[in-house]
Design a protein. Structure first.
Length: 215
């Protein structure tokens, strides 16, 4: 089922109990999804002990299962909350154009996270930078409570994770050193990322979320 089925933006005063339940689903999803991705930030020693006790494969299986459950809950909660949005602020139309510009490097950065090259070496953590740009762009373009909770949470997590990575060695950060990398990887990240962004602009975002960013 597409997320669009859950995202009809009707400006109706939400029923208190339903609104609280929907927000609880979203927050539970965020706690599980971001929480499991925060273990290395707040409890690296505990994580290392769990990996040693359970084995790397078992830990990754548990990690993936919790992440998947959290992702499903936050997607469902976000979609339900968009049906009866609580508007906190109404962004000026000009901010939507700025948001579109902020999104331009997001997909190339996501690609660069898996394609070692100069982009990854210069940005150091392209995935986290992509998350920060993505979250900021959506915060300045959307003023509903559910958007602030969702994208604000991801922005706070990305900032906290980036700060913690500065204090951790590469083994502790679970990332290999980027020594070389190919210029072809950079080209592939840029071309592939920009193509993915155009696809999201003209079709995928509306298909998944039910709203066109160009509308």
């Amino acid at each position: 089922m597409r997320l669009a089925a859950w995202t009809g933006a009707r400006h109706v005063a939400p029923q208190p109990f339903r609104a609280q339940f929907v927000m609880l689903v979203l927050i539970l999803g965020l706690v599980l999804f971001l929480g499991v991705h925060t273990v290395s930030i707040v409890a690296p020693g505990w994580r290392a002990a769990q990996v040693a006790r359970r084995g790397d494969l078992s830990w990754k299986g548990l990690y993936s299962a919790v992440s998947a459950i959290g992702l499903v809950l936050l997607v469902v909660g976000y979609g339900m909350a968009r049906r009866e949005p609580v508007v906190l602020y109404s962004p000026p139309a000009g901010l939507r154009h700025i948001a579109l510009l902020l999104m331009v490097p997001v997909f190339p950065l996501l690609f660069a996270a898996y394609l070692p090259g100069r982009i990854r070496r210069i940005t150091k953590h392209p995935m986290l930078l992509a998350v920060k740009l993505w979250a900021t762009a959506h915060l300045i373009a959307n003023g509903t409570l559910v958007d602030v909770v969702l994208f604000g949470s991801f922005l706070a997590w990305a900032v906290a994770d980036r700060i913690s990575l500065k204090r951790r060695s590469l083994p502790e950060a679970h990332e290999p050193a980027v020594l070389g990398g190919s210029k072809y990887n950079d080209a592939a990240a840029v071309v592939g990322g920009l193509a993915a962004y155009v696809l999201f602009l003209v079709w995928a975002h509306r298909w998944l979320i039910g709203v066109s960013p160009l509308a």
